[in-house]
Design a protein around this ligand. Structure first.
Ligand code: GLC
Length: 624
């Protein structure tokens, strides 16, 4: 009798709970692959199946040039990146990008557990590695717009172009608070004012989507990407702006200047945070357990994953790169979850495995790292949609995105001088004079116009690496067809004097640079810019347009310039400059940074006790 009862109970159980029963009996069922299951359950199930080697594999991000599908399969590597300028080939098409990423992904999917990899890239002002992508103004320009909604829209447009190439992860936004313009990355910072930087973290919502639950990592579908707030923390406060150097700050200064935008980023659902190369009060950030684990993870309750900067752990040892074991031990114990730019995945696997087996690094630390990485991958939908299609390729450099970038350029321009008084206004310029002069090293140079992190890591000079509109061509398009536009990069003063120009537009500034290569102790205009100002502006009414990632020395020339416009690094859409020069739109931009008189005043920021700028933070003339 009992057997009959037992059999009937089992039968009832089997048919009434088909799936569950199947699960109990079918050993091939993997809960982690079931999108209907809660993410926590999927993480737990997958982690329970992973070997230590597979867990450590997920903590590695290798450069594209060191990756193969076979390595991804064999070592279950968690991520691949394209460093600055790391492309399938010059002018690679979106199809070639998608093919490359899918090839690596196919390797990952054929690993024992089929965990998808996540491909990351620096899309920091549009999809800036990709030919014909829309290049938006750099962050300093967006800070000048004071328009958080614009930042959000730029994030959304950038996300679509990034996904169009098969990539689901962008290493942005940089939320540095640059406190010294001598820093080569100051243009990556929205402002010297933490409140402006906080406001612009709306870009994260554009990139990832609006989080349903504030403070929880979120990625809203196939038109969105995983974002990365960087570089944690204090990267913009180093001594004299020296890149990767030491930031000296009291706890109060850290919490009121450099930390606030991380609160907002986490509330906005940022999925990853990148650690800074710099040190804080002499402690390397990549080894700072108190701030990464104690404060970011425990106090701020950040639930995404923390990624190192490119070989950032290698620079912990002294001298840098001298003790890989020490670097791995200190950085992983500090709380770094994914290590960027590993040059030998076998060495990393061997060393970290040994540190765990010796109990120098507890397995609980590894499990924390891997669970965070898997949380982001599940949230990003990578298990359901690991491979990309070509459905978005028309978004790259689309008319709509270029018009958005043009709007951003317009709103970013800051008018510093417009004649000597209201009776001698220079701007807006008339469109129909008979002859005008356009001069300067930056008038016909798309590379300079875009700045660093464009097509190559350091950016470029010239017009041949991508598609866009130079300021010269924008001017040509804007004026009356009957107007004769004469272009001369560095005209002789006699020519200027004798040519009967109605006015001149002089476009000068800085060359392109990125990171430490942009560190500058003198902040001067690229030669022969100052000479061009003198040769032109002494002989004809002139508007000087400055293309730069930061304030430059202009005080010696200010008197000779009839009008001065700070245009920052506007990107591919030069028409945004002509729109405002000729009055189709008014000047509305406000300085996101203090404009110094001389470099020996630096660092000098709004709110300082001794504050004697040429133009103060927030300054900006308007035209209607
Ligand atoms: C660089 C930068 C970082 C970038 C990373 C990947 O060194 O510091 O901002 O995201 O490496 O290119």
């Amino acid at each position: 009798m009992k057997r009959i009862v037992l059999a009937s109970v089992l039968l009832f159980f089997f048919f009434s709970n088909g799936a569950a029963a199947a699960a109990m009996t079918d050993t091939s069922y993997n809960l982690y692959k079931d999108p209907k299951k809660p993410i926590n359950a999927r993480i737990k199930d997958l982690m329970s199946k992973m070997t230590l080697a597979e867990k450590i594999g997920q903590m590695m991000q290798i450069e594209r040039i060191n990756a193969t599908a076979q390595i991804m399969k064999e070592y279950s590597i968690g991520s691949i990146l394209s460093g600055g300028g790391s492309v399938p080939r010059p002018r690679a098409s979106p199809e070639e990008w998608v093919k490359m990423v899918n090839n690596f992904q196919t390797g990952s999917l054929s690993s024992r557990l089929g965990i998808p990899m996540i491909y990351g890239i620096d899309a920091v002002h549009g999809h800036n590695n990709v030919y014909n992508a829309t290049i938006f103004p750099h962050n300093i320009a967006i800070g000048a717009t004071r328009d958080p909604n614009l930042a959000k829209r730029i994030g959304a447009a950038t996300a679509v172009e990034v996904r169009a190439t098969g990539i689901p992860y962008a290493f942005g936004p940089c939320i540095a608070v640059c406190r010294d313009p001598r820093w080569g990355r100051c243009y990556e910072s929205y402002s010297e004012d933490p409140n402006v930087v906080k406001a612009m973290t709306t870009i994260i919502i554009g990139l990832q989507g609006e989080p349903p639950n504030k403070g929880i990592p979120y990625v809203g579908g196939k038109d969105k990407v995983v974002a990365c707030a960087k570089h944690f923390v204090g990267d913009g406060g180093t001594v004299k702006g020296i890149n990767e150097n030491n930031t000296i700050a009291t706890w109060h200064q850290l919490l009121t200047i450099h930390m606030p935008a991380y609160y907002d980023s986490i509330i906005n659902g940022v999925s990853t945070i990148m650690v800074s190369y710099s040190s804080l009060n002499g402690v390397k950030m990549h080894a700072d357990r108190d701030l990464i684990t104690g404060f970011l993870k425990n106090k701020l309750q950040f639930k995404g994953f923390v990624i190192s900067d490119y070989q950032g752990i290698d620079k912990i040892s002294s001298p840098p790169y001298s003790n890989y074991t020490y670097s791995i031990e200190k950085s992983i114990l500090a709380g770094i979850d994914m290590v960027m730019g590993i040059y030998s995945h076998t060495d990393f696997l061997e060393i970290l495995t040994s540190l765990v087996m010796q109990k120098i690094i507890p397995i609980s630390r590894i499990d924390d790292a891997v669970s965070r990485i898997l949380r982001v991958k599940f949230t990003a939908g990578l298990f359901e949609n690991p491979l990309s299609d070509l459905s978005r390729i028309d978004s790259i450099g689309s008319e709509a995105h270029r018009e958005l970038a043009r709007e951003a350029v317009r709103k970013s321009l800051v008018l510093l001088k417009n004649g000597e008084n209201s009776d001698s206004l220079v701007l807006p310029l008339p469109k129909n004079p008979s002859r005008i002069l356009v001069a300067g090293t930056h008038a016909d140079n798309l590379g300079y116009q875009c700045g660093g992190w464009t097509m190559t890591w350091q950016g470029f000079s010239g017009n041949n690496l991508t598609e866009g509109t130079t300021i010269l061509n924008a001017i040509r398009d804007a004026v009356d067809p009957a107007t004769n536009v004469i272009y001369s990069e560095n005209p002789e003063p006699g020519f200027v004097k004798s040519s009967n120009f109605s006015y001149a537009i002089v476009v000068i500034g800085e060359g392109s640079y990125a990171e430490g290569y942009g560190d500058s102790m003198n902040l001067t205009i690229l030669e022969p810019g100052p000479t061009i100002i003198t040769n032109v502006c002494v002989n004809v009414k002139c508007v000087v347009v400055l293309i730069s990632g930061r304030p430059l020395v202009i005080k010696p020339y200010l008197e000779s310039m009839n009008a001065v416009v700070a245009a920052w690094l506007p990107g591919t859409e030069g028409r945004g400059v002509s729109d405002v020069l000729f009055g189709d739109y008014g000047f509305t931009g406000k300085l996101p940074r203090t404009w110094f008189k001389t470099v020996d005043q630096l660092p000098m920021n709004v709110g300082d006790q001794h504050y004697d700028p040429l133009f103060p933070f927030g300054f900006g003339l308007t035209t209607n």
